[in-house]
Design a protein around this ligand. Sequence first.
Ligand code: AMP
Length: 387
Amino acid sequence: MKVAVIEPGSILGVLGGGQLGAMFTLAACRLGYRVAVWDPDPEAPAHLVATHSFPVPFNDPHILERFARLVSVVTYEWENIPAELCRALEQQMPVRPSSAVLSVIQDRLEQKGFLASNGFPVPRFAGLTVPDQLARTVREVGYPALCKTATAGYDGKGQWRIPRESDVPSVERALVESARPGMRWIVESLVPFERELSILVVRGADGQSCSYPLVENEHEEGILRITRVPAPGSSAMAERAAALACQVVDRLEGVGVFCLELFQLPGGELLINEVAPRPHNSGHYTLDVCSVSQFEQQVRAICGMPLGEVRLLSPAVMVNLIGDDAAMFMKKDADCRTLLDIPGAVLHLYGKREMRPRRKMGHVTFLGETLDQALDRAKQFRRTMRD
Ligand code: AMP
């Protein structure tokens, strides 16, 4: 299929201005594009690097018209932007991934329903529209379970564990307290996974796709902490994950970069936790150890250019800098030599002025001759961070 190419020199639109939007913008500028960033928060990192900046609410109709006149294609850097805005923009230009894909993905119940009805492996789940259905819904799924808001949750926010029946009343109270009109929840079985994995897939408008290596992730309090690249384990497992990921994105008819978050069960079976319709925190290593990063692929895919060859140039370990972790770089008089002295360390800071608990402030990629060497370097850094 021949796809119209959006030429370098054009202006690309991105909805959302966090670090993923900033990294997309930098990748686009390197390929000769200009970028318009729309994010209501004037302090959002991508505004610092954008060619055109729209720090206004997403429901402003005048800005919609101005933004639409300016840009040749639109993408987004996270799934919690309004789908109706994407639908309105789609009347005038391509939105990639499409608003239809966004609508399926941004609601956990829709997403799990789509995956399950297409035969893809997911944890047992059931939907909930009023908190007093909680006990009945958990019985359908089985204990232990996890309840999540259907929309707008991320990094473990809006999630409640329900290990046993006696935990239901307190979670029910929490749902009542946080409920807003029309809110829905999903109850999932709490998976006894052996490890968490993820994999990036890029799919062009012509339907061609490619995947990145399977990686292993460690979370703390629901937030990604460490990514190991490539995931230790058999190549058969990596091939299975890649085939699964490509099939899911094909079935979605998605155009852009996608990430599948996976649980590996003790027997080796893979379950899909969730699909992100955008570059992913666990793919940041691609900036430092891949010939073409996930952000450059996002630019190529949405502009109808050929996708880049995926080539891993070195094993790596990525460590997120969360909240206070960033103090050693951001506070006057703090000593950041502990990190910068470690060989193979590549530092990324996102330019967020305020350090807040649980906030992603930056990350460090540690390169090594082997994954073990990269891991040792990451461990050395984490020890000095804790001291
Ligand atoms: P999420 O926001 O859905 O990606 O969840 C954040 C983290 O919570 C995941 O990376 C897992 O560590 C954990 N988690 C989410 N869903 C489940 C589940 N069904 N079973 C076990 N752990 C889960």
